[in-house]
Design a protein. Structure first.
Length: 564
């Protein structure tokens, strides 16, 4: 079990304790332990049992719980808390904006034990009559429940990718398996996944089924399985697994068919055919030959959504998608000057050691008190440290930036002279997220028209599967960025991936430059660039339209020109 998994278990325990009204000091100890674990540089699973209680912020009792988590995935008091709580009530923790105390009222006084029960309470107007609730709260709750229900059964791609890798490795060198691949939404690298889909080519389906059932952690659901498929679960992954079987000579036909979004398969091609019709004609020896027979260039799986790629392929204008090697620097990152885990030096040296040419440091601005946003004097101190680091680390360079809060009226945090002191500014909304489309759009437009704004950060403020973003008029915002020369961020955190990849193509059509930013709060956060890259590729981003694909010399000139 990883530190992140242990942290989440302890946070869940804290919520359950608060739900049941247990001692707040004891409850807080679980939250404190979770925060402590989040900041560790070493995995608890690698430590000796006796070393865990020595960690500051973790006492003997908590250490015992952690040892049990490492051994069996739970601990005694959590077992009891879960036994005392209906599963549907635990699922209510996923409702954005409603904490354990509110949920306790909805459960114990309202009688709701599932999300569906809650929705019924809202429909009957009974929530508004409960203590601490009102008509407006009831409406907000209804909307939040609907969002939570729409997320049910999905997981972030980043969380399931390790399982995909392990499963593919398990298929290697199996005598009855001739060819294999992930497929469907998993192969298209969708940001959320509802099922892990795989395709196996074999000349003996039943023998292959037996091979799979003998592999570690594979558990078949015989009721759902059929002669041409294996359904079940894998290890500790909560997402179901489906493995399709096909004859070896039909592998590439079936791979194209199962990978693509139906819109891609059935889009009309020149001559009135569809890709599905071509797949049905005969067997093919590769995916490339199938697309060639359809009169199209081979498309990477990420693009096969049926949105814009078919039209571009017909015109022979498929983009050469951006790759990791094209990214020369990492922008939008945080250090210990605000709410980051590692120092400015650590963030800079690690970025350099990864092979990048430059780092943009963008700690939070002063209004973000919750994130220890920089005061005026701290800005000056950081900029002095950046100057010294640049002298020492040259030719690697650290750019002085800030993630400036977009205030309620759309203005940027800090007075004019401080804004002017930065090399670049990422403008983002962090507070007052409950807005209608008009208010949200106008707030962003005001920030975009501020001459100091370089990059518009995480455009909608969404947290995938946790919080719906505030509604914005995407076209109006993108059009304004095109007019003002403002870069739009693809926030690479797998929790955000914001701007949504579905709007990238429109931004490119308008001539907007985009930037893949990890929003890293620790050195390990740089790895999220990979997930931003996947989203960027789905949207059709090329090297030429990515800000941080510029060399150090190019981006230095760009920032200087923007400031002028």
């Amino acid at each position: 079990m990883t530190n992140a998994e242990i942290k989440n278990k302890l946070k869940l325990a804290a919520k359950l304790m608060e739900l049941h009204g247990e001692n707040p000091f004891k409850t807080r100890s679980y939250q404190t332990a979770a925060d402590t674990i989040s900041g560790l540089d070493v995995e608890l699973s690698t430590l000796a049992t006796d070393d865990i209680p020595q960690i500051e912020g973790i006492g003997k009792g908590m250490a015992a719980n952690i040892v049990q988590l490492l051994e069996r995935g739970s601990f005694e008091s959590m077992d009891q808390l879960k036994a005392d709580t209906p599963e549907g009530v635990i699922e209510m923790f996923k409702i954005s904006g409603f904490g354990p105390k509110k949920i306790a009222v909805l459960w114990k006084e309202g009688g709701a034990e599932t999300l569906e029960d809650l929705l019924d309470l809202c429909a009957q107007g009974r929530v508004a009559k409960l203590k601490g609730f009102a008509e407006k709260t009831q409406e907000s709750l209804k909307h939040a429940i609907q969002f939570a229900l729409s997320c049910r059964g999905f997981e972030r791609y980043a969380n399931v990718e390790p399982f995909m890798i392990h499963i593919l490795a398990a298929f290697e060198n199996q005598p009855t398996i001739t060819l294999f691949s992930e497929t469907a939404e998993l192969r298209r690298r969708m940001e959320t996944i509802s099922r892990l889909d795989f395709l196996i080519a074999s000349d003996d389906f039943e023998a292959t089924r037996q091979v799979i059932n003998l592999l570690p952690d594979f558990m078949e659901n015989e009721k759902l399985s059929g002669p041409f498929s294996w359904y079940g679960i894998y290890g500790k992954c909560d997402i179901p697994v489906k493995i399709r079987f096909c004859a070896t000579d039909r592998f590439y036909n079936t791979l194209v068919e199962t990978t693509a979004n139906p819109k891609h398969l059935h889009a009309p091609l020149d001559g009135g055919k569809t890709l599905q019709a071509v797949v049905d004609e005969k067997t093919f020896e590769s995916e490339a030959t199938i697309y060639k027979a359809a009169g199209l260039a081979l498309m990477v799986p990420e693009l096969r959504e049926g949105s814009f790629e078919i039209d571009l392929a017909k015109q022979n204008k498929l983009p050469e998608l951006i790759e990791m090697k094209d990214l020369k620097g990492i922008l939008h990152n945080h250090s210990t000057y605000s709410d980051g885990k590692h120092t400015l030096r650590q963030m800079a040296e690690h970025c350099r050691d990864l092979g990048y040419e430059y780092l943009g440091i963008t700690d939070h601005s002063q209004t973000a008190v919750y994130a220890s946003g920089l005061k005026d004097f701290e800005v000056k101190a950081q900029q002095e440290e950046i100057k010294k680091l640049n002298e020492e680390l040259a030719p690697f360079k650290v750019f002085s930036g800030i993630e400036s809060d977009i205030l309620a009226d759309g203005s940027l945090d800090y007075p004019e002279e401080i804004l002017a002191s930065f090399d670049f500014i990422v403008a983002s909304v962090h507070s007052g997220l409950t807005m209608d489309q008009t208010k949200a759009t106008n707030r962003l437009l005001a920030a975009i028209h501020n001459p100091h704004t370089t990059i518009l950060g995480h455009m909608t403020g969404r947290l995938i599967l946790e919080r719906e973003g505030y509604p914005v008029d995407h076209k109006a915002v993108i059009d304004a960025c095109a007019e003002r020369g403002v870069v739009i961020e693809i926030n690479a955190s797998p929790y955000r991936l914001d701007i949504d990849w579905r709007w990238i193509q429109y931004a490119l059509e308008k001539g907007v430059t985009l930037s893949i930013n990890p929003d890293a709060h620790k050195m390990e956060g740089y790895k999220d660039m990979y997930y931003g890259l996947l989203a960027a590729r789905k949207g059709g981003l090329t090297k030429a339209h990515c800000l941080n694909a510029m060399s150090l010399k190019e981006i230095s000139s760009y920032f200087e020109g923007k400031k002028k």
